[in-house]
Design a protein around this ligand. Structure first.
Ligand SMILES: Nc1ncnc2c1ncn2[C@@H]1O[C@H](COP(=O)(O)OP(=O)(O)OP(=O)(O)O)[C@@H](O)[C@H]1O
Length: 252
């Protein structure tokens, strides 16, 4: 489909013999916010980590099937390039503790030895922090360590770090589960702004959050993608009894 940014077709992933993502087929469209839900251990994070080639960093982890960014097979692309284009934000904010706010934002450039003129880096830092709704709070302390920020600010700094690489897609793995309600709300607000420019895929255990922020929801169960539909539809009239059981709290 013309608007599809990420697509999987009969995609599978394993840890050794443990088959944890089973024949997943999905098309994710540009500028959508997609929530990925399901009980613990059903393969949500593994699927997310396949999308930016992080799964293979674990010894014994393998994958098979088609997974594309636009029309390119992700598993034949350069993994470093994949991780620029498909950024990731983790459960716990993980700014580099020894780097300043400024250097955290441009860490992807520094770590990969990309030579960019200082004026351009200044511009990237300002633009990325602005897009992550953090610029006004940190513009006078760019050279202080990122770890002095609050948890919510640190998470927005990690979002700015992903944005700095000009991604197409940003993956979020339970991005607010370590944050207080106010920080959670500011990150959720940010999702609405970010999807104007990027495609967002968010693993969340929080159904209210999925309902608040996502356009579409994917429901995983024991490694299978059981249902993928408009979030409203999924929460009001799911088509599969397993989804129904999950959203009504019959299993967690
Ligand atoms: N590093 C690893 N090594 C071996 N097995 C793993 C590893 N990470 C996850 N698994 C296994 O893969 C399966 C899927 O795990 P995954 O983390 O993808 O599930 P999840 O749906 O994201 O769970 P949760 O909601 O609890 O985070 C589980 O059986 C888990 O034990």
């Amino acid at each position: 489909m013309e608007n599809t940014v990420v697509s999987a077709s009969n995609f599978n992933a394993w840890f050794g013999d443990n088959h944890v993502v089973k024949d997943v087929t999905i098309n994710i469209e540009k500028n959508q916010c997609v929530a990925v839900m399901g009980p613990s251990g059903c393969g949500k994070t593994t699927f997310l980590r396949c999308i930016n080639r992080m799964h293979e960093l674990i010894p014994g982890a393998t994958a098979k099937g088609s997974l594309k960014l636009y029309s390119d097979e992700i598993y034949t692309m350069n993994p470093i390039y994949v991780r620029y284009k498909i950024g990731m934000v983790f459960q716990r904010p993980n700014p580099f503790p020894n780097l300043s706010i400024y250097d955290n934002v441009i860490a992807g450039y520094k770590l990969n030895g990309l030579k960019v003129p200082k004026a351009d880096l200044d511009n990237i830092v300002q633009k990325s922090l602005t897009s992550a709704a953090l610029w006004n709070e940190v513009k006078d302390s760019l050279h202080k360590k990122g770890t002095f920020l609050s948890g919510g600010q640190q998470q927005r700094l990690c979002i700015a770090r992903a944005i700095a690489m000009e991604p197409e897609v940003i993956l979020f793995d339970e991005p607010t589960s370590a944050l207080d309600p106010i920080s959670t709300s500011s990150v959720e607000q940010l999702f609405h702004e970010l999807k104007e420019k990027y495609t967002l895929i968010i693993v969340t255990h929080n159904m209210q959050q999925a309902a608040r922020v996502s356009d579409k929801t994917a429901f995983f169960y024991v490694g299978e993608l059981v249902e993928f539909d408009d979030t409203k539809q999924m929460f009001t009239a799911p088509s599969d009894v397993r989804t129904q059981n999950y959203i009504t709290g019959r299993f967690s």
